[in-house]
Write a protein that binds this ligand. Structure first.
Ligand SMILES: [Zn+2]
Ligand SMILES: [Zn+2]
Length: 361
């Protein structure tokens, strides 16, 4: 059984003349001849395929049998085996031979950039997208309505193969439509499809993850033959936030704290996803302490849980001091002794215990 349509193998139409066939065969045989492409397995395979197609189509008797049997054709002239019939009926070969099944349109892909704020609340985004749609004027056929077609002569408009066949097959001249195109549809230039921009609303639920995909059914390309359109696959790309990092449902942020604030306590303004809030820093707060603001994180996608906002305070030591500040700090250094710094006091004591009398202090 042929694995591909012989006409397709030779790149000719079904009504190609013996001369057309010969020309097509010669050109392809030259191109794929093993002498020209030694060691090229793919070329060798193509060459065998081309030769097989030529042997069948160049013989008028064989060609007539092939035209009526299509994929069930056997070069040895034997009738198709039950296995052949099964394969055919199961559609294994149906697509190879252009028997039209209504196929779903191509899926479209789109990358949508989101801000973390939009993830927190969910959002609806409007995007403009180019989609292939079936031409309504010609219903996807590519033929000008009314004036663009004429009935197919060989099958007398029935769409059925005019030659006697084992299984009913489509007429090869009109691919089973019963008519042939004589003028292109003016709306789509005969393509049967139009590429149109469409404004689409994409609804993004709250709590989505970076890299997550949303599928919007039926918003991909529309096939010409009226089958179901493909889907739109939206890849969500969540932008990095200048203040927040994401860990699960929690948001993490780092707040610089002046050492006077850390020592004396303070009201500190911190950001949230919706604005700014104030937290109370108690006196004696060490650098690195984390303050948790419950329920100020992200919502769980499709769930009820909400994460926390974790603010880590980090004491900032001034990298340079103005003279006035330097003078003030110098005055204070006499008061800020190790006695008020428990860790430093322990450290000093540990060192003192190790010091032998001979060491210099
Ligand atoms: Zn059209
Ligand atoms: Zn026909």
């Amino acid at each position: 059984m042929p694995t591909r349509d012989y006409y397709e193998v030779l790149g000719v139409k079904r009504d190609a003349s013996p001369d057309d066939l010969k020309k097509a065969y010669r050109a392809l045989a030259m191109q794929y001849h093993p002498d020209r492409r030694p060691g090229d397995e793919e070329a060798a395979r193509r060459f065998r395929e081309i030769t097989e197609a030529w042997q069948v189509l160049s013989d008028p008797e064989q060609r007539a049998r092939y035209d009526s049997l299509g994929p069930l054709f056997r070069a040895d002239g034997k009738p198709p085996t039950p296995e052949d019939l099964n394969a055919y009926v199961a559609g294994t070969f149906a697509n190879l031979f252009g028997r039209k099944k209504r196929e779903k349109g191509e899926d479209l892909k789109y990358t949508l950039s989101l801000q973390l704020e939009e993830v927190a609340t969910g959002c609806v985004r409007e995007v403009s997208l180019r989609r292939r749609t079936r031409c309504g004027a010609c219903e996807g056929t590519g033929a000008e309505p009314k004036t663009g077609r004429k009935p197919c002569a060989p099958c007398k408009g029935s769409g059925r193969s005019p030659t006697r066949v084992l299984l009913r097959t489509d007429c090869p001249h009109c691919d089973g439509r019963g008519w042939v195109k004589i003028a292109d549809c003016r709306s789509c230039d005969g393509r049967g499809a139009l590429d149109l921009s469409e404004l689409l609303k994409i609804r993004v639920p709250a709590g989505v993850a970076n890299g997550q995909k949303l599928k919007i059914k039926g918003k991909g390309d529309e096939p010409k033959d009226g089958g179901a359109p493909g889907d739109l696959l939206v890849l969500l790309s969540v932008a990095e936030h200048p203040l927040f990092r994401r860990r699960g449902l929690d948001l993490l942020c780092e707040a610089p704290l002046l050492f006077t604030e850390a020592a004396l306590g303070a009201e500190l303004q911190v950001p949230t996803l919706t604005g700014v809030t104030t937290i109370r820093i108690p006196s004696g707060t060490p650098s690195g302490r984390i303050f948790k603001l419950s329920g100020r994180g992200l919502p769980e996608a499709g769930g009820k849980a909400v994460g926390d906002l974790q603010v880590k305070v980090v004491v900032e030591v001034p990298p340079a001091l103005e003279p006035e500040a330097r003078a003030a700090l110098s005055r204070l250094s006499g008061v800020f002794t190790a006695r008020q710094h428990p860790a430093r006091q322990q450290w000093d004591e540990a060192l003192a215990a190790r010091r032998s009398p001979g060491d210099r202090p």
